[in-house]
Design a protein around this ligand. Structure first.
Ligand code: ZN
Length: 249
């Protein structure tokens, strides 16, 4: 199958999102006693409907769930949003934990093209992640016209503006790579991961429980809910100890 070839070529370690969910939930239960009752679930993924069912964490930790991300999966709710979320923990639990799923997404079309998807009830393929690819297209168009691309600040489009501002300094890396879409999603992951690590450091001042980070790239594929290329899986506590759990998966 052509889609599988593309998946294996670019994300050889990716596994089905639902399989990943079971393994992560199981590992967190065995190593740190995370249960649905004592765990809050936050996610910083692109609001694109394609990402809704890539994983199934909500069905495990769903009682208290918080969307923390915006376009491209960047954690736009910021330090304030994360702190607010941490204060919403139920009081009847002696210890409350936090699982945060985060990362950008990229589509693979039925013909195996990276960055494209065929959405349900649509006849034509569209881009995924649309926000990230929109930046890349505008950047290339500007270059073609001999101009340096400058994102336009717009109070009604602040997430897109911020994403483009951040990506701009990595644009050369993207356009000088072999596969622009692959490099774009790698840059996207790097930006989201960097922001997430900084926010978590600040969150540790507000939150006494353990924080599990599940970071990676979501891959939207036809006829499946999707795959997840896990890049970071670790548990942080407030004493700044980090338990690296990726080795279990
Ligand atoms: Zn998107």
């Amino acid at each position: 199958m052509i889609m599988t070839e593309t998946l294996l070529k670019h994300f050889p370690k990716a596994i089905e999102g639902h399989k990943l969910t079971i393994e992560v939930v199981d590992t967190l239960m065995k190593t740190h006693q995370f249960t649905p009752k004592n765990t809050l679930f936050g996610f910083s993924t692109c609001p694109d409907e394609l990402n809704r069912d890539v994983t199934s964490f909500k069905s495990y930790y769903g009682e208290h769930q918080f969307p923390l991300g915006g376009l491209t999966g960047y954690p736009f709710r910021g330090k304030t949003g994360f702190a607010a979320f941490s204060h919403h923990a139920p009081n009847n639990q002696s210890e409350v934990n936090f699982v945060i799923l985060y990362g950008p997404h990229v589509g693979i079309s039925p013909k195996g093209e990276l960055g494209k998807v065929l959405r349900e009830n649509q006849f034509h393929e569209s881009t995924a992640c649309g926000a990230a690819i929109s930046f890349l297209n505008k950047y290339k168009e500007s270059m073609k016209n001999g101009k340096k691309y400058e994102p336009v600040e717009d109070a009604l489009d602040m997430e897109q503006y911020s994403v483009e501002k951040m990506m701009l300094s990595h644009a050369y890396r993207i356009i000088s790579s072999q596969n622009h879409i692959k490099e774009l999603v790698e840059v996207n992951y790097m930006l989201v991961d960097e922001a997430m690590m900084k926010i978590i450091e600040s969150l540790k001042h507000h939150f006494n429980g353990k924080i599990a980070l599940v970071g990676g790239i979501m891959i939207n594929t036809p006829h499946h809910n999707g795959y997840f290329d896990l890049r970071r899986f670790e548990v942080h506590n407030t004493h700044n100890e980090i338990d690296l759990l990726k080795k279990f998966l």
